[in-house]
Design a protein around this ligand. Structure first.
Ligand SMILES: [Zn+2]
Length: 74
């Protein structure tokens, strides 16, 4: 496994993966894993959805420019 940069990059990477896998599960198994674990539209699940969304935005920045935290890992 290669280095993914700083802690922010790793967190963004993990959250984007969680979001992707959850959407995959919704499409393939018709199961919202986040809702299943944390409850449907509870505060906890909304926080996870929100964080995944924010991570997606940061990922866009890191795709087109560089890591938002300027750690020089594109
Ligand atoms: Zn970084």
């Amino acid at each position: 496994m290669t280095s993914q940069g700083c802690i922010v990059c790793k967190a963004v990477c993990a959250l984007v993966i969680i979001g992707a896998l959850n959407w995959g599960a919704i499409g393939i198994f018709q199961t919202d894993l986040v809702a299943k674990v944390l409850g449907e539209m509870t505060m906890a699940s909304r926080v996870v959805y929100g964080l995944v969304g924010v991570a997606g935005l940061l990922k866009i920045v890191s795709c087109f420019k560089q890591c938002p935290c300027q750690c020089k890992k594109a």
